[in-house]
Design a protein around this ligand. Structure first.
Ligand code: DGP
Length: 142
């Protein structure tokens, strides 16, 4: 497996070199909206420490990311009036991974509405800003 590339796009977001629609942050994890959502409210949860994917991440960072993904999933049910949540995580190109900093996809789902294909279209900034606000409000409400 190739080594971690510190210039991947999510590493730049984590360093604050590129913007994101942040919804959650603690000392070990960051969550922000996917700019090419497969469904409204599609969120990515990342460990802050460098890790390419599930094959090199330390177990405690992975466990923390899973815990944050659960928190996001619960809040997203309310924020997006979801009927369910799809959680995905891809590893290496053959596994569907495109950005090589570990991330978990948390995708709110409505009954009967299929997900868009991966990276189908960029969402409008004003829509993402509104969705980030809604998700943060649901997170704050607990
Ligand atoms: P994956 O296949 O798991 O590596 O998915 C990468 C996801 O990242 C994909 O759903 C699109 C999203 N994405 C790509 N570039 C950016 C970006 O610059 N910002 C954000 N927020 N998401 C991005």
């Amino acid at each position: 497996m190739p080594s971690y590339d510190p210039n991947n796009i999510f590493a730049k977001i984590l360093r604050g070199e590129l913007p994101c629609y942040k919804v959650y942050e603690d000392d070990k994890a960051l969550a922000f909206l996917d700019i090419m959502p497969r469904a409204p409210g599609h969120t990515l949860v990342l460990p802050k420490a460098p890790a390419r994917n599930i094959l090199d991440v330390p177990a405690d960072d992975l466990a923390h990311v899973a815990t944050v993904a659960q928190t996001i999933a619960k809040a997203a049910m309310t924020a997006f009036a979801a009927d369910g949540i799809t959680v995905q995580q891809f590893n290496e190109g053959a596994g569907g991974q495109v950005v090589f900093h570990l991330h978990v996809h948390v995708i709110p789902r409505k009954a009967g509405q299929p997900m868009k294909p991966p990276a189908a279209a960029k969402e409008k900034p004003e829509v993402l800003a509104e969705q980030a606000k809604a998700l943060m409000a649901a997170l704050a409400a607990g």
